[in-house]
Ligand binder design. Sequence first.
Ligand code: GLU
Length: 410
Amino acid sequence: MAGFEEVNYYFRRAARIMDVSSHVERMLVTPFREVKVDVSITLDSGELGTFIGYRVQHDRSRGPMKGGLRYHPTLDMDEALGLASLMTWKTAIVNLPYGGAKGGIAVDPHQLSDRELERLTRRFVEQIHDIIGPQTDIPAPDMGTNAQVMAWIMDEYSKIHGFSPAVVTGKPVDLFGSKGREEATGRGVVFAMEEFLKDVGGGEIRGKRCAIQGFGNVGSWAARFLHEAGARVVAVSDQRGGIRNPEGLDIPKLLEHARRAKTVVGFPGADSISNPELLVSDVDVLIPAALGGVLTKENANDVRARYLVEAANAPTTPEADEILTRRGIQILPDVYANAGGVTVSYFEWTQNIQQFTWEEAKISTELKRYMSEAYATLSRVARERRVPLRTAAFIVAIGRVGRATTLRGL
Ligand code: GLU
């Protein structure tokens, strides 16, 4: 798991290089608001189900706060804080006019029926509707939530506040969602990786052997786009386990298998491997695309990839980051690598506000432009300051959020 302290470690490492005063540092780290609510519903069985919901609003100096809702059994306040602060830095790095937030419910959504999930989501909105809004805090999908959940949020919020499609992003395309939002994070990961490999002397994506941990929204779309770009995806895993084929997995067939079987496990023509094995597979690029905190001081010395592309949020603990960096493994940090999702969320929000729609080609071109511009800045700062990309990313983010905070008046 990735907590607030882990993110703040990276923050402080960059703040120290920048000579940020200690009171500005304290101000930037301190969350604006932390909300914890009881989300009780009647289960289909007639029994009472009690769950805890969270919404952390970390910083609002650069605009309305933005970030996903995660439905996951281990979610707690510390994780919500860490993920909310990552959103502040992430939106600043891609220069979106947003602050950062994150939240969700401590629940395993697979244990609930669709009706229960709907009741739970609507109850959650009842509890937090007065702190979210199109100009205050705009939720989006994250682990365990999807476009349907966003549709319920929009509907419930609109019952109270009137028609408000812009209160949430990642909605179904048939209900004011944006074309290209579902695949945005995966697509952005591949755009980001292209820039990164070119810049650090890794060459093209074509022919690169990749291992992906997680085959949910982010991992499966990343696999598809990597495959289309000519990479060899040799290992993939999900919660149930992993599969490997050194020749490269047939991704279109795997996508079909995973849709049917609800797991990558059992895919014909591949060996099975465990999740810990996937992380140390013999590949060029390792792409964690699921849980946080999977690369630790216990396994960082065994990682064999030359490049780490963080499609998940906070997959690398500070100790692992240090070990991997010392070992010369180049890291493309989460706050940039997975920013494609929130970037297309921004496009969705602007379309909702203008009541206008963009074609998918425009979404993709604009996403590429945002990702390329952000990378150019990171790479320049990394060279000027002689720091790794993660530190460069935090330097850029702290600069932007710090200036906005100071200009608005401390
Ligand atoms: N949950 C995604 C993230 O971690 C997307 C957030 C959004 O679109 O607001 O970046």
